[in-house]
Design a binder for this molecule. Structure first.
Ligand code: NAD
Length: 360
């Protein structure tokens, strides 16, 4: 079977679905890999390196299996051949997803977002690999925007207190943000509505902020809060946030707008020069004053809402994403190396969003 690696066209998207090392591994499994000219350039991988890895440079759209990072545009869907398979981020929970169009085009589509978060699928978990990048980079952005040091410094010219960092929403991105802020010397605190997260927060050297709300939902995700809970949470956070130099927010509820955790009043209560980095901008933001994709200063507080942070670290983000895809592709091959996905397998069954059963 042939695997096509396409050049991403979304604004700012610098990742590539397969890096040369993984191309070589797949070729070793009997696959043929076709890479679109310039597919790796955003991640600083020239065509030459793909050729050395054993790939051909050419038209990837006619391949049996096409791999992508961002969801395809209508023009891209038109280039896919009927009967082919597409794997990538397909935003299946977005109202404007392209799943119906892919189905109509006769394409079998696997959304990496729909891969179940079970132990066997950890190696395929692209949400986690990319959220890790985002969590790390959020702290680097915060440090860069901050008017203050992160670490405590004792110098001849005086002593500097460590920055206090609060992370709201401690899933994969939040946990990485806590760990990264700690490494930079910050004094860290984590908060989430899933009480089970407390131990993970402590394990990365952070304090756990307990507001007494338990909103653990299905499958390890949070549920949306009731109006009363939300009011209680916003009030309690308003009091807590005052004391922090940096607030990083990553709170999401699957398929819902981002929960509003940081009110305008909470921002007003922060010391001028403090920083909020809001990773939930794509679904509206966790902070009331967030402008998705922008950096704004309100009440002297810098509020950053970077979109698609993983694309700003295309080298490692692509490398990790490639490993996720390699594992998915290997699961789709039969003993003879033919592309023969077994939809009796719970991982493939959940990931394939164009099957009748999946759309029910
Ligand atoms: P996510 O991106 O969906 O959400 C980020 C965090 O926001 C979550 O921790 C959520 O509880 C929190 N949140 C939502 N509403 C909130 C609110 N109102 N106030 C405060 N916090 C709020 O989460 P994720 O990073 O995708 O992780 C989701 C789950 O998947 C976690 O339980 C994680 O441990 C689990 N997971 C499991 C595996 C695996 O076993 N293979 C791999 C990765 C993640």
């Amino acid at each position: 079977p042939t695997v096509g690696v396409v050049r991403e066209t979304n604004d700012g998207e610098r990742r590539v679905a397969l890096v040369p090392k993984v191309v070589t591994t797949l070729i070793g499994k009997g696959l043929e890999v076709i890479v679109e000219p310039g597919a790796g350039l955003g991640a600083l991988i020239p065509d030459e390196l793909y050729k050395e890895a054993g790939a051909t440079i050419g038209d990837p759209w006619s391949a049996d299996l096409v791999v992508k990072v961002a969801p395809p545009s209508d023009a891209e869907i038109a280039k896919l051949k009927s009967g082919s398979t597409l794997i990538g981020f397909l935003a299946p929970r977005n109202a404007d997803n392209k799943i119906a169009a892919l189905k109509a085009a006769g394409v079998q589509a696997l959304a990496v977002e729909a891969i179940p978060r079970i132990s066997r699928a950890q190696v395929m978990d692209a949400l986690s690999s990319q959220a890790n990048v985002a969590g790390y980079k959020a702290v680097v952005v915060a440090a860069s925007e901050s008017t203050r040091y992160f670490p405590m410094l004792t110098t001849a010219a005086g002593t500097v207190k460590p920055a206090t960092v609060l992370v709201l929403g401690v899933g994969v991105a939040g946990l990485q943000a806590l760990a990264t802020a700690k490494r930079l010397g910050g004094r860290t605190t984590g908060y989430d509505v899933r009480p089970e997260v407390a131990d993970q927060v402590r394990s990365v050297g952070a304090q756990w902020l307990d507001l007494g709300i338990d909103a653990a939902g299905e499958g390890g995700y949070a549920r949306e809060l009731t109006d009363d809970e939300r009011a209680q949470q916003q009030q309690a956070l308003e009091n807590a946030i005052k004391g922090f130099d940096v607030v990083i927010t990553t709170a999401l509820v699957p398929g819902r707008p981002a929960p509003r955790l940081v009110t305008a009043a909470a921002v007003e209560g922060m010391k001028p020069g403090s920083v909020v980095v809001d990773l939930a901008g794509e679904t509206g933001g966790n902070c009331e004053l967030t402008e998705p994709g922008q950096t704004v200063v309100k009440h002297g507080v810098t509020i950053c809402s970077p979109l698609n942070l993983p694309a700003t670290m295309p080298e490692h983000a692509s490398e990790l994403y490639s490993k996720n895809l390699q594992a998915v592709i290997e699961l789709m091959l039969d003993d003879n190396g033919a592309l023969a996905p077994d939809f009796g397998d719970e991982i493939l069954a959940a990931a394939c969003v164009t099957r009748e059963e999946a759309s029910a």
